[in-house]
Design a protein around this ligand. Structure first.
Ligand SMILES: *Cc1c(COP(=O)(O)O)cnc(C)c1O
Length: 426
């Protein structure tokens, strides 16, 4: 699943020892494995090779331009949700003809930027948004391609904050209303409404919700085609599981085994928007132990990373496997489990230095004994890690390091105090 492994009790990112990076670059630091990104991309591509497939990596999962650059070089397209992400992709040399742009609140300025870049599809989420796009496209004399995001009313049964394909979310138009949208706008001359988009939300752990949603989308596409509308593509979004715990997420091949037969012979281009399933396993957040503290019955390991660096545990109740970067042989983890109970571990909370009780990475977790100064790795931190980080508590964002085989390079410097106030005016 990734290239973060222990050799003789020491954690390596590909061919580089994590402690060496921490010593040179400081902590907290996001450490990315290029080989992991590319392996996930390759596996997805391979799994869907029997269909005409475009993989549009979801930039919001992890968008450092160095990462986007090597993804683009390997032929990846990009799923964007803002003008800022469009800018990132273009700076990284991404192909505009493989960009899809979703989001319920695109501004006029953002739409014009995307029109100027000539992206592949605007993924439109409401009639009001479509009317606005039509107005701007007319003004610019362009004819953008549009995918209608429909809400298939399928519940992937994950955290409610990451569910986007149910009826009561703000995303997409209800699938029953989609035919009306095509009736009203499908023959509009200044756009080409020619694709359907669905996205169920993040971190599904079963294939079934996709099957259900794709079947509904295909039924809709059949009806639309019967009414004379040309539908050239189906974008089935992202949200494919990543292995936060060893072996728990379906693989790309598992998803494809169920999805490809549904789409075979349907004369549809397939678009995928994987984010977490490519990026999550491709990074660790390395952090240093500052203090150990006992409070009543509880033991705390206080580390130098905080919720400003990685907010997923409090935000989504997300599980991240956490383990010291250097352990004796009996503590080398064979796999990443929710509760790895090895002889000699201690139950602790792993917490950051921020003034919030929500500033935790793990609660009541069995860890090998650690001491001040030890490096601890928070695994599977590549997706929605750095990209959701903030300056809360006036903390500079962590450095980002990319490992490629035996080499590593800083792809984003640690933010300084000067960076924190650089845009403020007195
Ligand atoms: C966030 C998002 C994705 C990626 O989701 P993952 O869970 O990271 O795979 C794909 N498509 C859209 C429209 C999104 O908003």
């Amino acid at each position: 699943m990734d290239y973060f492994n222990y050799k003789n009790g020491r954690l390596f990112a590909e061919g580089v020892e994590v402690e060496k990076i921490a010593a040179e670059v400081g902590t907290p630091v996001y450490i990315y494995s290029k080989a992991t990104f590319l392996e996930h991309l390759r596996k997805i591509r391979q799994a869907y090779s029997r269909l005409d497939t475009t993989i549009c990596y979801s930039v919001k999962a992890c968008g450092n331009i160095n990462i986007l650059k090597f993804m683009a070089e390997q032929g990846s397209g990009f799923d964007i949700v803002s003008g800022g992400e469009l800018y990132r992709v273009l700076q990284a040399g991404g192909d505009p003809a493989k960009i899809v742009y979703a989001g319920v609140g695109k501004t006029d300025a953002e739409i014009i930027e995307a029109l100027n870049a000539t992206i592949a599809y605007f993924n439109i989420e409401s009639e009001a948004e479509l009317e606005n796009l039509i107005r701007l496209a007319k003004e610019k004399g362009q004819k953008p391609k549009v995918a209608l995001r429909v809400n298939p009313d399928v519940d992937p049964k994950t955290h409610r904050y990451t569910t986007t394909g149910k009826k009561e979310t703000k995303f997409g138009v209800d699938i029953e209303r989609a035919q009306k949208v095509f009736a009203d706008y499908g023959r509009e001359k200044s756009i080409k409404l020619c694709a359907i988009h669905i996205h169920l939300g993040s971190a599904g752990h079963t294939v079934e919700p996709y099957i259900e949603a794709i079947k509904k989308a295909l039924t809709l596409i059949e009806k639309l085609r019967a009414e004379g509308f040309e539908i050239e593509a189906l974008d089935i979004g992202g949200g494919y599981g990543a292995d936060y715990i060893t072996g728990t997420a379906p693989t790309a091949a598992d998803y494809a085994a169920a999805i490809v037969p549904l789409l075979k012979g349907k004369n549809l281009k397939l678009i995928l928007e994987p984010g977490a399933s490519i990026a999550a396993n491709a990074a660790i957040l390395a952090t240093r132990v500052l203090h150990l503290k006992r409070s009543g019955e509880k033991k705390f390991v206080i580390v130098d990373a905080g919720m400003n660096d990685l907010i997923r545990p409090p935000l989504y109740d997300a599980f991240h496997f956490i383990w010291p970067a250097k352990v004796s042989e009996e503590f080398v983890p064979r796999q990443r489990e929710r509760d790895l109970q090895l002889e000699g571990t201690e139950v602790v909370d792993v917490v950051g230095p921020i003034c919030e009780s929500a500033d935790f990475f793990a609660q009541d977790r069995a860890l090998p004994p650690v001491k001040r100064g030890d490096i601890v790795a928070i695994f599977t931190a590549g997706a929605y890690g750095f990209s959701m980080s903030s300056n809360y508590n006036a903390r500079g964002r962590a450095a980002e390091v990319l490992v490629d085989g035996e080499k590593f390079s800083v792809i984003r410097k640690r933010e300084t105090y000067e960076d924190l106030i650089a845009l403020e005016r007195v």
